[in-house]
Design a binder for this molecule. Structure first.
Ligand SMILES: NC(=O)c1ccc[n+]([C@@H]2O[C@H](COP(=O)([O-])OP(=O)(O)OC[C@H]3O[C@@H](n4cnc5c(N)ncnc54)[C@H](OP(=O)(O)O)[C@@H]3O)[C@@H](O)[C@H]2O)c1
Length: 270
């Protein structure tokens, strides 16, 4: 895989725990998924590693992301937590290591964990590094601390109902790819009439249209599913090409509808 390229479509693994999780992951790998998104807080690092090994495919075929939990950002815990993630997944290096959430109210100083992230990459624990749930102000702070081209992505909630135009414009300006989490708004877009009409026109599913739209906007998408039919439908987004009229119509669906907004959230841009 070339240097900073992140496969455009990955598999969200939240909820895919235990042996059922391994089975769903193996099914996804059989369908063609190679980019797997886990996190210390999901309890899916072990199933991801097990599925990768049991697939029989070489490690190099996969793109594995994990995330340092916001409860482990302090200097004492950061690096041991990353080593523990590598052991749990059963790899020497992840492809991408993210800060899952910025430290709430700077309980851990920003510079400490951003510097630790860079150190984790220098130690070879991660090929690429990035962040998650960072608004523009924190991206700017991060870039002035760790360098303009150091971060490979910012993983944030983006779907047709939350298109985050300010953050997207900023990310485009600085050339930072965004990874869209909850790209299907947890399935809530499934009954959208505009998406349904566009899906019928292209002979595909609503989910594939939503994902193709996000990819068309330049984002990486990581939809999750435990069902084979949905895994297939989502993967098929790679074969859907929307025209400019479709894209323009879907852009109008933005309503600033944010699903994930816990107490620890930073100030969002829109
Ligand atoms: N960085 C962060 O803070 C953060 C936060 C949240 C999520 N994430 C990542 O993003 C991934 C995706 O988010 P998510 O799992 O919360 O939400 P999502 O991918 O938007 O939606 C998953 C839900 O949609 C349903 N679904 C999937 N495919 C479908 C289809 N083709 N048609 C209809 N319904 C469909 C699934 O049900 P079935 O299982 O029945 O298909 C599941 O209930 C997570 O797994 C995680 O890796 C990151």
């Amino acid at each position: 895989m070339s240097d900073k390229t992140i496969p455009r479509l990955g598999l969200g693994t939240y909820g895919r725990t235990g042996s059922e999780g391994v089975a769903a992951l193996l099914k996804a790998i059989e369908i063609g998924y190679r980019h797997l998104d886990t996190a210390q807080s999901y309890n899916t690092e072990q199933p991801v590693g097990e599925a990768v090994r049991r697939s029989g495919l070489p490690r190099g075929d996969f793109f594995i992301t994990t995330k340092v939990a916001d409860t482990r950002l302090d200097t004492a815990q950061f690096m041991p937590s990353v080593r523990e993630s590598l052991d749990t997944i059963g790899v020497d290096q992840v492809d991408l290591l993210l800060i899952h959430w910025p430290s709430h109210k700077d309980a851990v100083p920003f510079d400490d964990y951003m510097t630790a992230l860079v150190e984790a990459q220098q130690k070879g624990y991660a090929r690429l590094i990035g962040v998650s749930n960072y608004p523009i102000a924190l991206l700017e702070k991060a870039r002035s601390l760790v360098g303009k081209d150091t971060l490979a992505t910012n993983q944030v909630e983006i779907h047709p109902y939350l298109q985050s135009p300010k953050l997207v414009a900023y990310a485009r300006k600085i050339g930072l790819p965004l990874t869209a989490y909850q790209p299907l708004a947890k399935g809530e877009i499934a009954s959208d009439p505009v998406l349904k009409r566009i899906a019928e026109k292209h002979g595909t599913t609503v989910a594939a249209v939503a994902l193709a739209f996000l990819i068309g906007e330049g984002h990486i998408v990581i939809p999750a599913s435990g069902s084979e039919a949905n895994l297939r439908a989502n993967f098929a987004a790679l074969n859907v090409s929307l025209d400019e009229a479709d894209m323009a119509e879907i852009r109008k669906l933005d309503r600033g509808y944010r699903r994930i907004n816990p107490e620890k959230s930073p100030g969002w841009d829109d």
